[in-house]
Design a protein around this ligand. Structure first.
Ligand SMILES: [Zn+2]
Ligand SMILES: [Zn+2]
Length: 265
């Protein structure tokens, strides 16, 4: 299976472009752009460390990995929303052992409300994948709706044309933990694998022609889908954040997001 993800720079550029397009989401996209920049720095720090590769056991890798946590904390303190900035300040002066616990807890039992651990471990998990490693201390059931590399939940889905002869496009999911993507059935709930078309819904808003909300009436979960066959230069992780209005719609209609994104929507 091909595991792929676009570069940090591609994501940063897309966030910057979209921030300039809408007053409603400028603030969250500007913050997300800065967060992506510091995530890029984290991965570069790990990548350029001489004589070191991640072992795949986070507990073992922590002494090195944790050295770059201030990169994320400083960004959030300077540019994040007030409650996160406050939390960043607390973490800067927190005891080393409690920071370890926070990171390990996320790694073993991920939650989309653990903002700092999620933001910080995305570049670690990605570098682990790119350097040929595997998460060895993170056990999850292997199912199609979980990331085949790390077992993470889907953050967003996207459609792309893979073969020249295909017009409809293949569906993929992007992992919330390592940001790598994998292929998934086109018509199935990414949370409970419901396949009956009568239970699955798709909702568009006129302002985002290439984004849809993919809902399931069996488990009441949803994920946003980015249609790259309509807008080839969209970046699923970033366009998902930009289409914040669709999260409001989904919430109002009683759907629960499979995984909140890094701006908390
Ligand atoms: Zn993953
Ligand atoms: Zn479902």
């Amino acid at each position: 299976m091909a595991l792929t993800s676009e570069s940090w720079d591609t994501r940063i550029e897309r966030a910057e472009e979209l921030a300039g397009k809408s007053d409603a989401t400028r603030e969250i996209l500007t913050f997300y752009k800065k967060l992506l920049q510091s995530q890029k720095e984290v991965e570069e720090f790990l990548r350029t460390r001489r004589g070191w590769l991640p072992s795949g056991y986070l507990a073992e890798d922590l002494p090195v990995v944790k050295e770059c946590l201030p990169l994320i904390l400083r960004t959030v303190e300077a540019d994040g929303p007030a409650p996160l900035a406050e939390e960043a300040r607390t973490l800067m002066s927190a005891a080393s052992v409690s920071v370890d616990e926070m990171l390990l807890e996320y790694w073993y039992t991920p939650s989309d409300t653990q903002f700092f651990a999620k933001a910080f471990l995305q570049p670690y998990a990605r570098w682990l994948a790119e350097s040929g490693g595997h998460p060895l201390d993170r056990m999850f059931e292997t199912t199609e709706r979980r990331c085949p590399f790390c077992g993470g939940m889907p953050q967003v889905s996207f459609l792309q044309i893979r073969e020249a002869t295909s017009e409809t496009g293949n569906r993929n999911l992007v992992c919330a933990t390592c940001t790598i993507s994998w292929s998934f059935r086109r018509v199935a709930c990414a949370y409970c694998e419901e396949e009956r078309p009568t239970k699955l819904g798709y909702f568009h808003a006129p302002e985002y022609e290439h984004v849809r909300v993919e809902t399931c009436d069996t488990c009441k979960h949803y994920v946003k889908g980015i249609d790259l066959t309509r807008l080839g230069f969209a970046i699923p992780l970033v366009d998902e954040v930009a289409a914040a209005a669709l999260d409001v719609w989904a919430l109002e209609h009683g759907y629960i997001k499979i995984e909140l994104n890094l701006v908390g929507l």
